[in-house]
Design a protein around this ligand. Structure first.
Ligand SMILES: [Zn+2]
Length: 196
């Protein structure tokens, strides 16, 4: 089962609820390029080149960051809807499809030693292109069996999503060491209050 999708990780570049809404890994283009590098979407050299280009083309960089935020919002809207037990709406899917289509022409089939695979032809002069593999990851997630395993974290001040890879499908929090622990601590405190 695949639990680590670029599209899902992309929605976790910011907090969606009160606890950490201010934090945003994609606050500027350098943040976007660094995130893509950490995910393996860009090589170190590619990320450096994109960051350098962004410094010399601030308007293009601003537009790319804006588009990244829009893409993130579009992905999040669909996955949050799905993650709370709903089917994606026609409007949500159309909105996302329109965004994903921008990057479809960057796909390229490439021969490898053991067959043919899809790769990307990202233009090093286009700051928006690193978004392509992220959008594509969402198209793959939407048609995968893992979509049924997408859930919204139960911590009420979190808002992050996760793919439940546990066999019984009973995972409740995005991260056991973070939200899971917080929820446990709260329940423990509530019990103590009741016992008093
Ligand atoms: Zn959480």
């Amino acid at each position: 089962m695949r639990t680590d999708w670029h599209a899902l990780g992309f929605t976790k570049t910011r907090g969606w609820e009160a606890r950490d809404r201010q934090a945003d890994d994609l606050a500027d283009y350098a943040g976007l390029a660094s995130w893509c590098e950490r995910r393996g979407i860009l090589s170190g050299a590619e990320a450096r080149a994109y960051r350098a280009l962004a410094l010399s083309r601030p308007r293009m960089a601003g537009a790319a960051v804006h588009r990244a935020h829009d893409l993130r919002r579009s992905i999040y809207d669909v996955l949050r809807h799905v993650g709370t037990g709903n089917t994606p709406t026609r409007e949500q899917l159309d909105d996302f499809t329109a965004r994903a289509k921008r990057y479809a022409r960057l796909r390229r089939l490439e021969a490898m030693a053991d067959g043919v695979t899809w790769t990307w032809r990202l233009d090093p002069g286009c700051l928006e292109h690193p978004l392509a593999p992220i959008a594509w990851s969402m198209t793959e997630l939407l048609v995968s069996p893992e979509l049924a395993r997408v859930h919204l974290c139960e911590a009420d001040d979190c808002g992050w999503l996760f793919v439940d890879g546990s066999r019984p499908g009973s995972r409740r929090w995005c991260d056991m060491s973070d939200c899971g622990n917080l929820a446990k601590v709260r329940r423990f405190r509530a019990r103590k209050r009741q016992n008093r």
